[in-house]
Design a protein around this ligand. Structure first.
Ligand SMILES: Nc1ncnc2c1ncn2[C@@H]1O[C@H](COP(=O)(O)OP(=O)(O)OP(=O)(O)O)[C@@H](O)[C@H]1O
Ligand SMILES: [Mg+2]
Length: 256
């Protein structure tokens, strides 16, 4: 369940140390990173259609292309679903786009009858289009056609930590693997908090931590993320958001 409550509160970013990443540096430096407000303000000089490979290093897909690569969103390709909508496995072949290698992908489609919408989709595109790190899931591209909103990610082989912990078909994770996962997820959070323009993730939970074939943790789902405090800022206008049972009770009650 996603909690939404309007409040005026300051949110103080954490200050963990991050490791160096094997990913290339993002195109913008931290201070140049675009915020959701840069893109959603009616007066913004950056148009919505600029959210493409030229600014964010993202590929723009058509709905028909995503239909084809997920086998018409077949239930055989269904990976899971959450507040945003259903997630399907798909395969990109090397002929689809110049510069886009053949690879499996996860395609997340907005449920048009659900509680999330364009804002969460835009947050995901804005944050993951600019933030690249080995402990964040890699967003490859998106689709925005009529009211349809889809996201195309790298396919992360072992699914979520939640799947691993609760599936009756998975063997129990050894403790060293659990520690590796915890450390990887913490490094992902530290990276977000240590950005010059920090990011508050707000949806840290086992279903949002994905695992690659080597059990490297990858944080996913930035629909509820927000920009943290910057420079001499002391207060942020923010809704309290998160998932009940995971968000700290004092944060839900007070927004601090
Ligand atoms: N990039 C990916 N690679 C592989 N599997 C994925 C990927 N993204 C999502 N999944 C699968 O899809 C499932 C649903 O993910 P989704 O983020 O939509 O929902 P959730 O995390 O369970 O719920 P919530 O909406 O509360 O975050 C995940 O648990 C995971 O198994
Ligand atoms: Mg999720």
């Amino acid at each position: 369940m996603v909690l939404k409550k309007i409040t005026w509160k300051a949110i103080i970013p954490g200050c963990l140390k991050s490791e160096s990443s094997s990913f290339p540096e993002p195109k913008q430096t931290c201070s140049q990173r675009l915020s959701i407000s840069d893109l959603s303000n009616p007066g913004s000089p950056i148009s919505f259609s600029d959210l493409s490979i030229s600014i964010f290093n993202l590929h723009v897909f058509t709905l028909q292309e995503l239909r084809t690569l997920t086998n018409e969103f077949s239930k055989n390709n269904y990976l899971g679903g959450g507040g945003f909508g259903a997630v399907y496995k798909g395969f990109i072949d090397d002929k689809l786009r110049p510069g886009l290698k053949a690879q499996p992908v996860a395609v997340k489609a907005l449920d048009l009858d659900g509680s999330q919408g364009h804002r969460e989709w835009l947050a995901e595109v804005t944050f993951l289009g600019q933030l690249k790190h080995r402990h964040l899931v890699n967003l490859i591209g998106y689709c925005c056609e009529d009211e349809n909103r889809l996201l195309v990610y790298e396919y992360v082989e072992r699914g979520s930590v939640e799947d691993k912990l609760f599936s009756r078909y998975s063997a129990a994770l050894p403790w060293l693997t659990r520690l590796k996962i915890a450390a990887g997820a913490a490094k992902g959070l530290a990276f977000l908090h240590e950005e010059e323009k920090p990011v508050i993730y707000r949806d840290f939970k086992t279903s949002n931590v994905l695992l690659d074939s080597d059990y490297n943790a990858k944080l996913s789902d930035f629909g509820l993320a927000m920009d943290g405090l910057e420079g001499d800022q002391t207060q942020i206008t923010a809704c309290v958001m998160g998932t009940e049972g995971y968000a700290a009770p004092e944060y839900i009650n007070t927004g601090d």
